[in-house]
Design a protein around this ligand. Structure first.
Ligand code: SF4
Length: 722
């Protein structure tokens, strides 16, 4: 608190999954400055350039401020009753499963919880998925297969305590900059700490790397299978750990040895220098305190789940998990991808880390949500994952879609097909902050939503840490909070009692109660106290009963938070007990596969897509800051000099990339950071900025069969001058 007109509030950055604490200054009704929260354990006062420009991206200009129905501005009463009526009509005509929702890792946990409860619990449809599917769905399946739960074992302090950090498919310096800064400082303090970067591109993250492996795109599983085989051959396994705490090792090793015989063979498959590869293997095997950090370069693949498990296998085989400075650590892209996973925001999940097929889960959740004397019509799941969802809309199976805080007309692969689906969908409802997006022209009902600095709730970052986002400013015009909008529609659908929340703390309290409902963990016991009741590691029942004041004052805390662990849990699996039925972690037999999008004579170049340092997603916020725009003012393509020469394109000249389903036109940046035969383009530019530089137009809608995550890192394109 400062003066009468100047106030400070602690909140959380709304961009990446690092989840930095922010101290915001509000002067005379304007958020005038931000700085890093020195007390927040994610960042201890640091902010990256995007976070430090947050106050430059606010203001009512460009915001959606009035509800609209069929293109006409209407009152909230009309918008809400029309939404309810049209949803009810379509459900009555076509069944519960004809309605669907598509959510976002930008939503707060409370918004996510209400959406999940409304659609899965009361509208009776399993078809609720999220754009987090594009970000980390493969990491989720990888953890579940290995540990029996979607549980990130590590925390950010582990990055400082590690002797070796392996960065795979992640340009941390640009995409999770504060974590990169923490590693950089830790390396300065501990000269013995090493960083290995494994990435097809030479990125800024290589600046402090001790070893760089510029692997062929998609060859990660060969590399980690090779590591497992090498550790076995050199007797570098932790046999005691394997014996006591794991299963599946023999099959995993046999598969690794079959596909990764010698270092030379693996080096050839990955197209890296054998000596450098063996140096990495030696470093990994020699150190106990190893953290492998991985993100979209691993996940966004048709075999992303297997790549995650190939990494986890090596950690289990070396006993490099459950210790300070050790573990396989998936870094999420969005601020609340984790919170969405916690409430059940993926189509295969039900709620509170229970899947549809978790024994006893349907009954448990049904009973819990029925406590308001309603009988939820829980559907049989799982529902359609993101790409499948839009295919179902295109087929005419889904008749109503409610999209919140995301833009599938841009971000999903084969976006032209998504637009056809949206065009055909009889009812498209869009809750949105920005007045101009590529999705809004397809909306029948437009609902103006509140945004960062207005919303009040919680998010969970990549290290399982729940932090508060605090509302400091009123939403502009008639914009409303997402949870409020859904509750008002739910009331008009006849579910008033179950959605009668007055404040987000009440939603959080219910979410916390559900997480601990009949869960043995709440009482600090390993096995169920209620026979047949599903056990889950995600349990925040220790946060039940905070009340509004306690919720307002909630300090960042890592789940599980239970009676047995009231101050949260920094690290998982320290006792070697996993969340599987027999308590053992599972090593998986991995058969490496290359990208599904095949190169051909017509499309001979491999396309890689990703974020740039100073922009966020489709730029609805970050493009409002001049200094952020100055970093890269226009779309571009990074091209290796020999590919540029072969195609007849010049540095700074204009060129076109052509794929089977679309084109991308932009300026060329000739760069030795690219491998020969590979091109990188940014994901951010939309038709609102330019009609010609949508990266999603170049990517086919091929997904990992286990996780449903699209193969966004491995397009096939041709390059030509414009
Ligand atoms: Fe925000 Fe991520 Fe930057 Fe932290 S590192 S300030 S969470 S964008």
């Amino acid at each position: 608190q400062q003066t009468k007109t100047t106030q400070q509030a602690k909140t959380t950055c709304p961009y990446c999954g690092v989840g930095c604490g922010v101290t915001a200054t509000v002067e005379a009704g304007t958020l005038s400055a931000v700085e890093g929260d020195r007390e927040h354990p994610a960042n201890f006062g640091r902010l990256c350039v995007k976070g430090s420009a947050l106050h430059e991206t606010l203001g009512s200009q460009g915001r959606l401020t009035h509800p609209r129905v069929d293109g006409v501005e209407v009152s909230w009463a009309t918008a809400l009753s029309t939404t309810a009526e049209r949803l009810n009509t379509l459900r009555a005509e076509h069944g519960n499963h004809s309605v669907a929702a598509y959510l976002s890792g930008q939503l707060l946990t409370e918004d996510y919880y209400v959406a999940n409860k409304l659609f899965k619990g009361f509208l009776g449809t399993p078809h609720l998925d999220t754009n987090s599917r594009l970000c980390m769905a493969s990491a989720v399946v990888g953890y579940k297969r290995a540990f029996g739960a979607d549980a990130v074992p590590c925390n950010y302090e582990d990055l400082e305590e590690a002797e070796l950090i392996v960065l795979v498919g992640s340009n941390l310096a640009w995409n999770h900059p504060v974590l990169y800064q923490r590693i950089k400082v830790a390396k300065e303090r501990n000269p013995l700490m090493r960083l290995v970067v494994i990435d097809p591109r030479v990125t800024d993250s290589c600046e402090i790397a001790d070893l760089y492996l510029g692997i062929k795109p998609g060859s990660d599983a060969y590399l980690f299978n090779g590591l497992l085989a090498w550790m076995a051959q050199r007797r570098r396994l932790d046999t005691l750990y394997l014996e006591r705490h794991t299963e599946g090792f023999d099959d995993a090793l046999a598969a690794a040895q079959q596909t990764a015989g010698s270092v030379a063979e693996v080096a050839a498959a990955c197209d890296v220098d054998p000596e450098r590869l063996e140096t990495f293997y030696y470093w990994f095997a020699s150190q106990l305190h190893v953290v492998t950090l991985y993100s979209q370069g691993v996940n966004q693949s048709a075999s992303g789940t297997d790549k995650c498990n190939a990494i986890i296998n090596c950690h289990l085989a070396g006993g490099k998990i459950g210790l300070p400075g050790a573990g396989p650590f998936s870094i999420t892209g969005q601020p609340n991808a984790m919170g969405g996973r916690e409430v059940g925001g993926l189509a295969n999940q039900l709620a509170a880390h229970m899947d549809y097929h978790t024994p006893g889960a349907l009954d448990l959740v049904s009973r819990f949500w029925a406590t308001d004397s309603l009988t939820p019509i829980l559907p049989e799941g799982p529902g359609y994952k993101a790409v499948e969802l839009f295919e179902a809309i295109e087929r005419g199976e889904i008749k109503a879609l409610w999209v919140m805080a995301t833009n599938p007309a841009i971000s999903l692969p084969d976006a032209a097909r998504v637009r056809v689906a949206l065009e055909k969908c009889p009812l498209v409802i869009v809750s949105e902050c920005a007045a101009h997006t590529d999705l809004l022209p397809y909306a029948d009902i437009v609902l103006p939503a509140s945004g960062w600095s207005e919303k009040d709730g919680t998010v969970t970052n990549s290290e399982r840490r729940i932090s508060r986002q605090r509302g400091m400013l009123p939403p502009p015009g008639e914009a409303r909070h997402d949870w409020w909008i859904m509750c008002e529609v739910a009331k008009r659908l006849g579910f008033a009692e179950a959605f009668n929340y007055a404040h987000p703390w009440e939603i959080f309290d219910e979410h916390a109660r559900l997480s601990g409902f009949e869960n043995g963990l709440e009482n600090g016991v390993d096995n169920s106290t209620v026979p047949g009741s599903p056990q889950r590691l995600f349990d925040i029942s220790g946060l039940v009963g905070l009340g509004r004041d306690g919720y307002d004052a909630l300090a960042p805390i890592q789940w599980p938070v239970t009676k047995a662990a009231p101050h949260g849990t920094a690290r998982l699996f320290e006792d070697g007990e996993f969340a599987t039925a027999n308590g053992r972690a599972k090593l998986l037999a991995i058969k490496p596969q290359g990208p599904e999008q095949a190169l051909s004579a017509a499309y001979p170049l491999r396309l890689n897509t990703g974020r740039i340092r100073d922009q966020w997603h489709t730029m609805t916020r970050t493009a409002r800051s001049l200094r952020l725009m100055n970093h890269r003012a226009e779309p571009f393509m990074d091209v290796h000099p020999e590919d540029a020469h072969a195609a007849g394109v010049m540095d700074q000249g204009l060129a076109v990339l052509t794929a089977a389903k679309g084109e991308f036109r932009a300026r060329v940046r000739v760069s030795n950071a690219q491998r020969r035969g590979e091109i990188f383009v940014p994901i951010h530019w939309t038709d609102c900025f330019t009609q010609q530089a949508r990266s999603s137009a170049l990517i086919d809608s091929i997904t990992d069969p286990l996780s449903g995550q699209p193969e966004s890192k491995h397009g096939a394109v041709a390059l030509a001058p414009l």
